[in-house]
Design a protein around this ligand. Structure first.
Ligand code: CP
Ligand code: NVA
Length: 301
């Protein structure tokens, strides 16, 4: 049987995503009740990080520890990965020793090359184009607070980046409408928008996206690798902010999400992010539970 990878949300069926989210909540309950669940003793996850991370590293590493397995942190700085060893060779060698691999990198093609050459499942832990692991946590968070997301409206406010592209895939897989408010020149992948034009629409005014929405989501204006553009992006994204005024036009039950790290006062105001009923912190915690459900699915295929 061919190896299952998790390169984008499209690698799972809509039904698998639903079951995975349910399982993530079950695993969360096991952690909360301090119930041991060492389901994968001696299994090893190789984690290749070519970009920085807090949540992703901590969640994958902790998840493997709770499963009774082990996680290996590999960075280009201290391995041959940073000295030009071909990606295909690295993928082949690392996957011959570990049971599952995770990669955070720049070019999405690199992730594809890893997957094509690895003998174990490869998980996309963020590329310039997609961040599907974060979507699993976001979908879990929505399900836990508001139930089924199908038929709902989601507003993406800000950059049409890797998170936004993943939201388009989520709209398709989970059957919701997605309104994206971004400035001209910062749209998500054109091909993805075209393929999903029945449920995805780009607007220019944040209010036009947020009106009546059940979920408002944003992310930083400058992603990793775009640090040099921070100042110009700050100007171009002026007004693309989740704040109390924007929230006021959304549905009264609307949740606000942010994958973090956040820049308070830029894409989101501190009062919204730090509100007593903010689910952003639980969204971050759910990375742990959702990824454990993903690891379980991929290791038991
Ligand atoms: N949201 C997220 O992926 O955070 P890190 O960059 O800290 O892993
Ligand atoms: N869009 C952000 C997400 C960080 C988790 C980035 O790629 O830097």
């Amino acid at each position: 049987m061919s190896i299952r990878h998790f390169r984008t949300l499209l690698d799972l069926s809509p039904q698998e995503i639903k079951s995975l989210i349910r399982r993530a909540s079950e695993l969360k309950a096991l952690v909360r009740s301090d119930t041991a669940h060492a389901l994968f003793p001696n299994k090893v996850l190789g984690m290749v990080f070519e970009k920085s991370s807090t949540r992703t590293r901590v969640s994958f590493e902790t998840g493997m520890a709770q499963f009774g397995g082990h996680a290996l942190f590999l960075s280009p700085r201290d391995t041959q990965l940073g000295r030009g060893e071909p990606i295909a060779d690295s993928a082949r060698v690392i996957s011959s020793m570990v049971d599952i691999l995770m990669l955070r990198t720049f070019e999405h093609e690199k992730l594809e090359t890893y997957a094509a050459n690895a003998s174990v499942p490869v998980i996309n832990a963020l590329t310039d184009l997609y961040h599907p692991c974060q979507l699993l946590a976001d979908l879990q968070t929505f399900a836990e607070h508001r139930g089924d997301i199908s038929g709902k409206t989601v507003a993406w406010i800000g950059d049409g980046n890797n998170m936004c592209n993943s939201y388009i895939n989520a709209a398709r897989q989970c059957d919701f409408e997605l309104l994206i408010a971004c400035p001209p020149g910062f749209e998500p992948l054109a091909e993805l928008c075209e393929q999903n034009r029945d449920r995805v629409r780009i607007v220019r005014q944040p209010e036009d996206a947020a009106r009546g929405a059940h979920l408002l989501v944003t992310d930083v204006f400058a992603s990793m690798g775009q640090e040099d553009e921070q100042a110009t992006r700050l100007k171009k994204f002026a007004g693309y902010q989740i704040n109390r005024e924007l929230l006021a036009v959304a549905d009264s039950s609307a949740l606000v999400m942010h994958c973090l790290p956040a820049h308070r006062g830029e894409e989101i105001t501190a009062d919204v992010l730090d509100a007593e009923d903010s689910v952003v912190w639980e969204e971050a915690e759910n990375r742990l539970h959702a990824q454990k459900a993903l690891i379980e699915l991929l290791l038991t295929q």
